[in-house]
Design a protein around this ligand. Structure first.
Ligand SMILES: [Zn+2]
Ligand SMILES: [Zn+2]
Length: 555
C-alpha cells in the first residue's frame, strides 16, 4: 500500500453504475473502514427469460464485511436503493438516508422481512465515522430529498454529487443552493465525482415548473378519462397532478402497487397535502363523469406485467379505454425499453385512446443536469481530481473531457469502470487493481438469484425449442422395453412433423443397438450419446440444434 506523508491511501471502488445507468454502488475505504454509498438495481432486458433485475457483485463487501460502517443513501430511486435487501442479508450495517428515502427502504425491507438500523440524514448536519465525516447537501432531482454528499477524509474533501440538476423552480423543496459547493471549492476539493447522465445535452436542464403549465392545459379540456403514466417515485410530478386535480375539481385514482405505496409514504412524509380530498379508489371511477377522473399509473416503461400494459391490451378489470380518453406518458423512455413502450403505445391507440409522449409534447423534464450545469459544478468546486460517475461509457468519456476543459489537469480526470480499485492520495489518483465484478441476476417473483448458465439455457430453449426423449430398458437384458417416445415444445407447429419423429426414433434405436451390444453403458452415458445423436439429426433436418433432454430408465 502506498503512503503519502505517513497517511494511507484512500480506496474508491465502484461495483455498479459506471459504464451503465443503473445499480449504483460505490465503496469508500480507508484503513479499517468502508462507507458504501448507494446500493441499487438495474432493470433487466432479459425479462422474457424470467430475469427481472440485476444487482451488483458484492463479493468484495462480503469479504470485508467487518469494515463496513454504513450504507449512505443519496436518494430513494431504485437504481440507488433496490439492492439494499440483498446487501443487508449478507453484510448488515446501519443505513443513513433522508426521511423519505428511509421510508421507501423500510417498506422494501419489510417485504423481505429484514430489520435494519436507520439513521436519518439532515442536510448540513455532519455524520462522523472514524475516518470519514459525511455531510449531505440538498440538490434537485426527479425525486424529493435528493442529496449530494461532502465526504471529508484524512486526505481531503470529496464532493459526490449524487443524481442532480439545478432547478430554478422545483415543485417541492428549494432551488439547489450553490453556496455550499462554492465554499467547498474555495476551501479545496480533492476529488469531484459527478452525475454524467445528461452530459450530451447542452445548456441547462428544463425546470419542473414547465410541467405544471402543460398539465394544466391538458387537464382543463378533457373529453374522456385522463391517464398519466409516471414513475411512482416522482413525487414532485405526482404532487402537481394532485394539486391540479384539486384546483380543477377532479378526482385521482392510483394504479399500481408502487404508486399506492409511494403516494402513501409521501403523504405521511408531508407531501401531497390534498390527497384525502382528491383520491378515489379504482373501483369508484365509474361513479364519476369520465372527464373528471385522472388515473395515475405506473408502467411507463411498458413493463411486461404492469397494469398499463394490461389496459393497452384491453385486459384490465377496472379500466377500459375508449374514444376520447387520453394517456399522458410523463417520463423518459429508458434506453432498451423503447420497443416495449412502442408496442404499448400502439395498443393504446388501438383501444381508441390518444397518447401523448415526450417526443410529441412537453410533458416530461429530466431529473439530471445538462452539460451547462455540470460545467458549473466543476467550476464551483474546482477539484484537483475528477471521476465521472452514473453514466454509460460514452457519457463518462465526455464528462471527463468537460472536466479537462474546465481546469482539471488532463491526467487527473480518470475514467473508471465497475470493479476498478481507484487509489487516491493527496497528489495522485490511479487505478491500481480490480475486484470481482459479475452481474447477479434476480428473478422477481422468487427474489432468488439465477446463475449465468441458467440464463444461457433459457435463452437456448427460447431460440431453438426443446426435445424430450424417454425410453425404458431392461436392466438385465439391456433391451428396450418401452419407447423411445419423443415429445417437443417450441420446435415446430403441431401436425407438420411428417416423418421427423419416426426417423428420430430410428436414430435412438440405432444408438441403443450399438451401445447395448457392449452391455456396459450406464443410463447417463447413453443419455449423453442420444443427446448428441438427436441434436445432430435435428440439425440435419431442421437446420437448428434444439435443447435435447433424453431420459433412459433401467427397470
Ligand atoms: Zn435518481
Ligand atoms: Zn440514478
Amino acid at each position: 500500500m502506498s503512503a503519502t506523508k505517513g497517511k494511507s491511501s484512500l480506496k474508491i471502488i465502484p461495483i455498479g453504475g459506471l459504464g451503465e445507468i443503473g445499480l449504483n454502488c460505490m465503496m469508500f475505504e480507508y484503513e479499517d473502514e468502508i462507507i458504501v454509498v448507494d446500493c441499487g438495481v438495474m432493470f433487466s432486458d432479459l425479462q422474457m427469460l424470467g430475469v427481472d433485475f440485476m444487482i451488483p457483485d458484492m463479493s468484495y463487501l462480503k469479504a470485508h464485511k467487518d469494515r463496513i460502517k454504513a450504507y449512505v443513501i443519496t436518494h430513494g430511486h431504485e437504481d440507488h436503493i433496490g439492492a439494499l435487501p440483498f446487501a443487508l442479508k449478507s453484510h448488515p450495517a446501519p443505513i443513513y438516508a433522508t426521511n423519505f428515502a428511509g421510508k421507501l427502504i423500510e417498506s422494501k425491507l419489510a417485504e423481505h422481512e429484514i430489520d435494519a438500523e436507520f439513521e436519518t440524514i439532515e442536510p448540513g448536519v455532519p455524520i462522523k465515522f472514524k475516518h470519514f465525516t459525511v455531510t449531505a447537501v440538498s440538490v434537485n432531482h426527479s425525486i424529493v430529498e435528493a442529496m449530494a454528499l461532502f465526504i471529508d477524509t484524512p486526505l481531503g474533501k470529496i464532493v459526490f454529487t449524487g443524481d442532480f440538476k439545478m432547478d430554478s423552480s422545483p415543485y417541492y423543496g428549494d432551488p439547489m443552493d450553490p453556496k455550499p459547493f462554492q465554499k467547498a471549492g474555495d476551501e479545496g476539493v480533492l476529488l469531484l465525482m459527478s452525475d454524467s447522465t445528461n452530459v450530451e445535452r447542452d445548456g441547462h436542464s428544463l425546470s419542473e415548473e414547465r410541467i405544471f403549465h402543460k398539465f394544466e392545459e391538458i387537464f382543463s379540456k378533457p373529453t374522456g378519462l385522463t391517464l398519466v403514466a409516471v414513475f411512482a417515485s416522482n413525487i414532485g410530478r405526482i404532487g402537481q397532478v394532485f394539486e391540479l386535480a384539486g384546483k380543477l375539481g377532479k378526482k385521482v385514482a392510483l394504479l399500481g402497487r408502487s404508486m399506492e405505496q409511494n403516494t402513501r409514504i409521501a403523504h405521511e412524509s408531508g407531501y401531497l397535502d390534498n390527497l384525502n380530498s382528491v383520491l378515489i379508489s379504482v373501483d369508484a371511477i365509474e361513479r364519476y363523469p369520465r372527464k373528471d377522473v385522472i388515473v395515475l399509473s405506473t408502467g411507463s416503461q411498458g413493463e411486461y406485467r404492469s397494469a398499463l400494459v394490461r389496459i393497452s391490451a384491453g385486459e384490465h378489470k377496472n379500466i377500459k379505454l375508449t374514444e376520447g380518453d387520453l394517456v399522458v406518458m410523463s417520463s423518459k423512455f429508458i434506453p432498451g425499453n423503447e420497443k416495449a413502450i412502442g408496442r404499448m403505445i400502439n395498443s393504446l391507440f388501438r383501444q381508441g385512446a390518444d397518447v401523448m409522449y415526450e417526443s410529441v409534447a412537453d410533458i416530461h423534464v429530466s431529473g439530471h443536469a445538462n452539460a451547462g450545469e455540470l460545467r458549473a459544478m466543476i467550476k464551483m468546486t474546482k477539484p484537483k481530481f475528477f471521476i465521472p460517475v452514473h453514466g454509460e461509457y460514452r457519457h463518462l468519456v465526455k464528462h471527463a473531457r468537460l472536466a479537462r476543459e474546465n481546469g482539471v489537469p488532463k491526467e487527473n480526470a480518470v475514467i473508471a469502470v465497475n470493479g476498478d480499485i481507484l487509489e487516491l492520495t493527496p497528489d495522485r489518483l490511479r487505478i491500481t487493481g480490480h475486484v470481482e465484478e459479475n452481474r447477479v441476476f434476480i428473478e422477481g417473483e422468487s427474489g432468488s438469484d439465477v446463475a449465468k448458465v441458467t440464463i444461457k439455457d433459457r435463452r437456448k430453449v427460447a431460440e431453438t425449442g426443446i426435445v424430450f426423449m424417454v425410453l425404458i430398458r431392461n436392466s438385465v437384458s439391456k433391451r428396450v422395453m418401452a419407447g423411445p417416445d419423443i415429445l417437443t415444445r417450441g420446435l415446430l407447429e403441431e401436425g407438420t412433423e411428417g416423418d421427423l419423429f419416426e426417423k428420430a426414433k430410428e436414430v435412438v434405436l440405432a444408438i441403443m443397438d450399438d451401445v447395448a451390444a457392449l452391455e456396459r453403458s450406464k443410463p447417463v452415458d447413453l443419455q449423453e450419446e442420444i443427446r448428441i445423436g438427436l441434436r445432430r439429426y435435428f440439425y440435419s433436418r431442421l437446420g437448428k440444434k434444439p435443447v435435447v433432454m433424453p431420459i433412459v430408465i433401467d427397470l
